[in-house]
Design a protein around this ligand. Structure first.
Ligand SMILES: [Mn+2]
Length: 365
């Protein structure tokens, strides 16, 4: 028989986005959206009647969740008619003495690995064993999953764990991918970017990205598995995406032109939905002073969310600068570059890059 599953993790339910660049209403709304996406995953599991819902840690933020929140999670799980939920806790929902996992009774279809040593959950009805363990503190340097060897070959063996398969010296439970390759499937959590490491080891990623470091598509993994066969697919599930755009400014642009190029960095359909960080780069007219708050205020109807970073440089008054520096390297450099033709944008960029270095040297002296 084959077994169907959804592999998710890193939902971070309850997160308050205190360290995020966006605050206030946006943070509150993002917090609600994490819950919405969680409920959608539950709906999907029910609709597809999957055998297993595997949760690879960081289901919630222990610090920011209440008992009410945990009851909400419990009720979602208990609503599933055929799906078994299996959870290995991570560093944000680690199972300490006062863990929220322990304050309520879970329905029979939920199994939580409570220890920080590998344990197995034998599911005879689907000929499957799930191996898992939970963090019991905020950091974990031991490679706790590397020595599991008691696999029964007639069974479908799944590993469910939260840890770092990229760095052997990680403070976040290092995982050696060669030591877990004998599992039929290893369902990993912790890295928020979804990634199929090998054909049978994968990070599901966070279904909703949490900040601008988590660009690109996010979602869940759906799989079908038996002893001879594994098919896993990434299913996009995120409501919003974090998008970083670089917008090139030049000295011939007026204020309006700049606003237009910011708006044109993406389509309306995308702007209405996603969170944008726009980085302004290039050279701007010396007379235009950029007030980022003002620009954001003007553009707020065009973007669901926008923040700006100004990396532009004010245009230099080259003639005056050349004259004032006629007896030093700065003046000489401007003269040389002018001969090369500063109408050529590459020459102009080189000139400005060079001037930036020369002028900073001058300040140091
Ligand atoms: Mn996480």
């Amino acid at each position: 028989m084959s077994v169907t599953f959804i592999h998710t993790g890193d939902l971070h339910l309850g997160m308050e986005f205190k360290n995020a660049s966006f605050v206030g209403e946006h943070a509150k709304r993002r917090r609600r959206e994490l819950w919405e996406t969680f409920e959608k995953i539950i709906d999907r599991a029910e609709e597809k009647k999957v055998n297993l819902l595997l949760i690879a840690g960081d289901l919630f933020e222990d610090e920011y969740c209440t008992v009410g929140d945990i009851k909400r999670i419990r009720d979602a799980f208990s609503s599933l008619s055929t799906t078994k939920v299996v959870i290995s806790a991570g560093n944000h929902d680690f199972i300490g003495k006062k863990s929220l996992y322990k304050v309520i009774d879970w329905s029979n279809n939920v199994h939580i690995f409570l220890n920080n040593k590998p344990e197995k959950l034998v599911l005879n009805d689907i000929n499957t064993t799930v191996y898992g363990l939970s963090w019991n503190k905020k950091d974990e340097r031991k490679a706790l999953a590397d020595e599991i060897s008691d696999l029964e070959n007639s069974k479908i063996n799944i590993l469910l764990i939260h840890g770092d398969a990229y760095n052997a010296d990680s403070n976040y439970l290092p995982i050696n991918r060669y030591k877990i390759k004998h599992f039929d499937y290893a369902a990993l959590g912790h890295i928020h970017k979804p990634e199929f490491i090998t054909e049978n080891i994968a990070y599901c990623g966070s279904p909703e990205p949490l900040d601008f470091g988590e660009g690109g598509k996010h979602g869940i993994i759906e799989g079908i598995i038996d002893k001879e066969y594994l098919d896993i697919s990434f299913i996009p599930f995120n409501k919003r995406e974090f998008i970083i755009k670089e917008v090139q400014i030049n000295e011939n642009m007026g204020y309006r032109d700049m606003l237009d190029s910011i708006v044109n960095c993406d389509s309306k359909l995308n702007r209405d939905k996603n969170l944008y960080r726009v980085i302004l780069d290039g050279i701007r007219d010396n007379d235009i002073k950029l007030n980022l708050d003002d620009i954001i205020e003007v553009l707020k109807d065009k973007f669901y969310y926008i923040e700006l970073i100004d990396n532009t440089k004010a245009d230099y008054d080259l003639d005056r600068m050349e004259e004032e520096n006629s007896n030093n390297i700065i003046g000489g450099f401007i003269k040389e570059m002018k001969l090369k033709g500063i109408d050529n944008p590459i020459v102009k960029e080189a000139l400005y890059a060079g001037l930036e270095i020369l002028l900073s040297e001058k300040v140091k002296k």
